[in-house]
Design a protein around this ligand. Sequence first.
Ligand SMILES: Cc1ncc(COP(=O)(O)O)c(C=O)c1O
Length: 403
Amino acid sequence: MPETRDWTRLAVFGGKPAFGETLHVGRPNVGDREGFLARVNDILDRRWLTNNGKYVQEFERRIADFVGVRHCISMCNATVALEITTRALGMSGEVIVPSFTFIATAHALQWQEITPVFCDIDPATHNLDPARVEEMITPRTTGIIGVHVWGRPCVVDALTGIARRRGLKLIFDAAHAFGCSHGGRMIGGFGDAEVYSFHATKFLNSFEGGAVVTDDDALAGRVRLMKNFGFAGYDNVSYIGTNGKMTEVCAAMGLSSLESMADVIDVNRKNYLQYREELKEVPGVRVAAYDERDRCNYQYVVLEVDESGPLPARDFLARILHAENVFVRRYFHPGCHRMEPYRSYFPHAGLLLPNTERLARRVLLLPTGTAVTSREIAEIGWIIRTVFRDGAEIRERLERSPR
Ligand SMILES: Cc1ncc(COP(=O)(O)O)c(C=O)c1O
């Protein structure tokens, strides 16, 4: 893009938006449409729509094989999967979680009247800081839920060591991390269990969906019972359960997504590298890096915007991009601890979460995935470079113009 283009023509000043159609973060990837529709026809022909059907079984088998775990139990979504897993592990009292996560991680606990104890993160990884985790343990603590934010692995070894030493259960919320590895092992095989999300916006989608993966036979058995009302056979309920089942159509979509996974990773990686190139010389912004020694799904392009200095801050940049129809997102602003009910329960939680609060003010997610083209990324790169080059003037003019 020509760097000489005139910033006074930005949409925020009344110019034509750069994009006619809004660009979204997490626009769903749609894999092999024909293959999906063939499976749907088969489902309709066989009239087996849910309840552990052929496609659910195939989906579970293929995920377990891919990840290298003994059990995969598919679910209607990751939130219910987290609720069931925490319950099946007997978590109670307090469980340590990051606040820098999607609200579902905390809600899955609170829904069962387990207190989520928010723990600070390492600003370099955006994930739980093990040293802080250790400090948050009390006599009421029964477990830890680490979140592999953006698909970048938690410090798995340290968290596993803490859990073992202190007699705690350990779950990983791997909602972002399907297809990612850590130290040569697929994410999914760590802790007592890990939980994936296959929500439409996720790297691998089944419209809505999730799964619990584990090597623990007894835990897998309990999770299976719990997701199906506690039915241990016809007319035999042996447990309190809920309805967490995945439908056949969702499993069919999941299978199609699995089959196109490699193509999606290629596109995501290309987009990520292009964004890094476009923005590499912009002072005050940084695209969070993936460790190329591990497998990554590159599903998120995460921009960190410096707060210090005269340059424009994150919210200012977001305002300009939104006007251009680039619907960037401030995940996970403002942090779970600043949302209800946690804000009222723990009004001072932020005092122990300085890195979380700081990061929540800096992060901006950019559109990527198969719905975004290289030209569009180049255009977004131009806008961001321009905003940072002429930030002071743009800001001054913006402050004079009505919202
Ligand atoms: C980190 C994290 N945990 C849990 C969830 C919940 O997943 P689901 O929408 O499948 O319930 C999400 C989803 O957006 C997430 O990002």
